[in-house]
Write a protein that binds this ligand. Sequence first.
Ligand code: AMP
Length: 403
Amino acid sequence: ETLSSCYFMSDSFKKSVPKICTSPIEMILCLDHKQSMYCQLLTGLLQRDHVVSVSSIFGSVLARSIKFLEDYWNELCSNIRTGCLSDWITDPGCRNAVSSILTRPNPELADTIEHICGNESWEGIIKKLWPKAKYINSVITGTMSQYISLLDFYGGGIPLVSPSYGSSESTFGINLNPLSNPYDVSYTFLPNMAYFEFLPVDKDGEEKARESNLDGVSSQWLSEMINANGNVEHVDFTNVKLGQYYEVVVTNFTGLYRYRVGDVLKLTGFHNNSLQFQFVERRNSVLSVDMDKTSEADLLKAIRNAKRHLEPLGFIMEQCCSIVEESLDFTYKSLREANKIAALELRVVKHGTFDALMDFYVSKGASINQYKTPPCIKSEEAVKVLNSGVLEKFFSPKTFFLS
Ligand code: AMP
């Protein structure tokens, strides 16, 4: 059972929902995510003056909700205007919960929302629709950092707060500096949640031991970590080193023993006797090409870099391919120069293609709350979904020179 479903089903959550949330529990637990999202947006709009923060577990869900609003705001406004809920909402829990909030026709509110949503630009839409919202509360580190600029745009200047870092295996840490730059968030570990150990890895997620075996060198720090069998030793909470990268290993109360969650973290600081880590990447998201390991974090950085260079120029796609490549690491570039890796290809997909990908995974049983855009896709069916949205393909120049 995932952390979020465990939490959502708990009595304490059910009791706290009416105090902290505009969405009644029946909507949160509704299994039809379209009906659930529609009704949660409706009740959120009806109670717009009470909303002090706009939240979802992951930033991707918030981005998806705004997209949903784009498609449904006309219908939502018509429900608010008439005081009647659309017929296609058939889930009894949702209908029942809406009926206690949508109690009368409210044409003034419908006009206001129509006016806001009818504006050509949706910049700052969250602030306009929920004027008392003080912050956006959503995980936007790691894979989710790709949504930062979008949520900044919709938020219109209200801060993005990434509250915590956790998984189904354990809660790891909380963000004690909620207003920190979204690209710079560190989580302070909660040492009482589980027994944490750390496996030293290099920046690209390779275990240190393997790296040192390859080069035949082992620095003093590394040799301390390697035991007589040549394996990397786990280190505990008190033996980690500032600035180093680690994979987190969990022994928890439900019986997992030394479970490798697969996340790579960087130790950035201390809080009293606890540790503060920056989330770097999911280890299993590393893309492998020959000897090259291009990590998801590297890829996200390269794309951000390309976007920054291109925005003032308009979109010159071939140049974009080149800038992405130039932003990747030395191994990639060397292999590319030696022609071991072919020219980088960027495919432009039509609007909504990544939503279709999410729908595909949700139809296969993924939870919309838990969904994270996969950085690397092996399923042929999923590749088909992406390919069916391709509008254009661009390549970097055939030959590449190391600069
Ligand atoms: P799940 O196993 O579906 O509960 O998802 C847990 C995973 O989500 C973690 O192992 C991380 O990879 C990712 N995750 C959770 N919280 C954060 C966070 N604050 N920043 C980055 N990634 C996160």
